[in-house]
Design a protein around this ligand. Sequence first.
Ligand code: SF4
Ligand code: FES
Length: 248
Amino acid sequence: MKVNLKIWRQKDAGSKGQMVDYPLNGVEEDMSFLEMLDVLNEELNNKGEEPIEFDHDCREGICGTCSLQINGEPHGPDRSITVCQLHMRSFKDGDTIVIEPFRAKAFPVIKDLIVDRSSFDRIQQAGGFISVNTSGNTVDANAIPIQKAVADEAFNAATCIGCGACVAACKNASAMLFTSAKVSQFALLPQGQVEAADRVRNMVRQMDLEGFGNCTNTGACEVECPKGISLENIARMNSEYLSATLKG
Ligand code: SF4
Ligand code: FES
């Protein structure tokens, strides 16, 4: 296969970026998308040109590091997968493929296709944890009975990998799906109740401070989320936030 790549190049955070054309031959349909970029980078290296910087780590859909906007969609054209799970068989010979970084004010570009997602870390630090008293009388978490349906829902929320595709998909660059997943994974469980009101208040406050936009119920985040995180989490977070505010 031959593909015509149009890739965002940007020297550093302070420079103006631009799209650059890279025709690439010898692409195999069984290559992953990131392997295809590896091949391109090897070619650039051999020619003495600077390779394209892009984020990746596990390459198996777990870590949430890979983050590319491909033909206008976060993680590319297929549903429920990350970029590292995308294969070139999803494209045709001669296709033009436009590759950009995730775009959002709260995700500034560091270089080429790499963005700074530390805003997500700061939202987590604001409340994405539980405090456990280790006095010696601590109750074993597994000794607390939880209904299967509730445990499943909490687990589903906890499968969010923090990739940021929800933000990149949203016209408002809202982080409500991410934040609500992190709130929900505790809000549904007894262990999360002690700090519930502070958690939701602090995480929402940090989300706003980071410059993410608001949710206007478009639902693009849910469609593009590789882990199928449901919009119901946003409804839950809004209700948690309202009761936390009423409690004062
Ligand atoms: S909610 Fe989905 S799209 Fe958003 S960060 Fe979590 S896994 Fe990624
Ligand atoms: S590299 Fe870890 S999810 Fe893609």
